[in-house]
Design a protein around this ligand. Structure first.
Ligand code: CP
Ligand code: NVA
Length: 301
């Protein structure tokens, strides 16, 4: 594994090995056992979109591993003035030991990786959010003990979070069901691969997707960059919400996850959100542990 760009690049063994290391790092942090595996290493973080969790967890994670992180906003660097990503990659590779990128076009992250001689980590693109999925999987395994015979259900927009979750969930052996409005399905390549596993169910019917689920998951109706579509999306996504009617058809011990930020009373009711806040904020915390594991795997000597 040279870069960390999308879930389909990872094998089952690679995913499990990152999750195992993430659990180990979580335990070490809890017990205050030093784990400075990236002493004196530097991570650059290119962000062309907003972030709370990804930015803070990478910065703190790098610090806890003994290294340092630099936040590179696209507006304050030459990237914002049009310096090509191919050149930026070759420049940053001379200073840094790893690069995180959060941007719009997934191709940009792939090009950065192609021209970079240091590992590139995808901190979210329009197509995928693999760091989020790894934290989701860590959380599911923590609450459910294993992935075996578990059903993961995503309700809402077939967006970056859904694309990555589908691939990650299926790769570790879960059954995955998705309920999306007709015009907001996940990307075609993801659906095609997912159907080939025989453990994927795609529907427009929320209750059908949620039936007997062990994990219910949702994300906002309009992702970053799509804010101008919110009016029409509110119409299209009406009913694509995790609420009491949906939790009722899932398993009684089902957990509810959300990548955050949440728009309460749109994709999830405030009531269900608060009932499952422990799981949701554990999921948030796991971003830190799992990203530390990803960085150690990619960047340690
Ligand atoms: N879930 C997530 O990636 O959050 P941020 O946008 O705050 O980084
Ligand atoms: N789908 C959301 C996820 C935010 C973490 C977005 O892209 O805005």
């Amino acid at each position: 594994m040279k870069h960390f760009l999308k879930m389909s690049d990872l094998s089952y063994d690679e995913i499990i090995s990152i999750l195992n290391l993430a659990d180990e790092l979580k335990d070490k942090k809890r017990k205050k056992i030093p784990h400075k595996y990236l002493q004196d290493k530097s991570l650059g973080m290119i962000f062309t979109k907003s972030s709370t969790r990804t930015r803070v967890s990478f910065e703190v994670g790098m610090y806890e591993l003994g290294g340092s992180a630099l936040f590179l906003s696209s507006t304050n660097t030459q990237m914002g003035r049009g310096e090509p990503i191919e050149d930026t990659a070759r420049v940053l590779s001379r200073y840094l030991d790893g690069i995180v990128i959060r941007t719009f076009e997934h191709e940009e992250a792939e090009t950065l990786a192609q021209y970079s001689s240091v590992p590139v980590i995808n901190g979210l693109t329009d197509y995928s959010h693999p760091c989020q999925t790894m934290a989701d999987l860590q959380t599911i395994r923590e609450y459910k003990g294993s992935f075996e015979n578990k059903k993961l259900c995503f309700i809402g927009d077939g967006n970056n979070v859904a694309n990555s979750l589908i691939v990650g969930g299926l790769k570790v052996g879960m059954d995955v069901s998705i309920a999306c409005p007709e015009d907001y399905m996940p990307d075609d390549d993801v659906v095609k691969w997912a159907l080939s596993t025989g453990r994927f169910h795609l529907t427009t019917d929320v209750k059908e997707a949620a039936e007997n689920a062990d994990v219910l998951y949702t994300d906002v109706w309009a992702s970053m960059g799509m804010e101008n579509e919110i009016k029409e999306r509110r119409v299209a996504f009406e009913g694509y919400q995790i609420n009491d009617n949906v939790t009722e058809v899932a398993k009684s011990n089902a957990i509810v996850l959300h990548c955050l930020p949440a728009h309460k009373e749109e994709e999830i009711t405030k009531k269900v959100f608060e009932q499952h806040a422990d799981e949701i904020f554990e999921q948030t915390e796991n971003r830190l542990h799992v990203q530390k594991a990803i960085m150690v795997k990619l960047m340690a000597d």
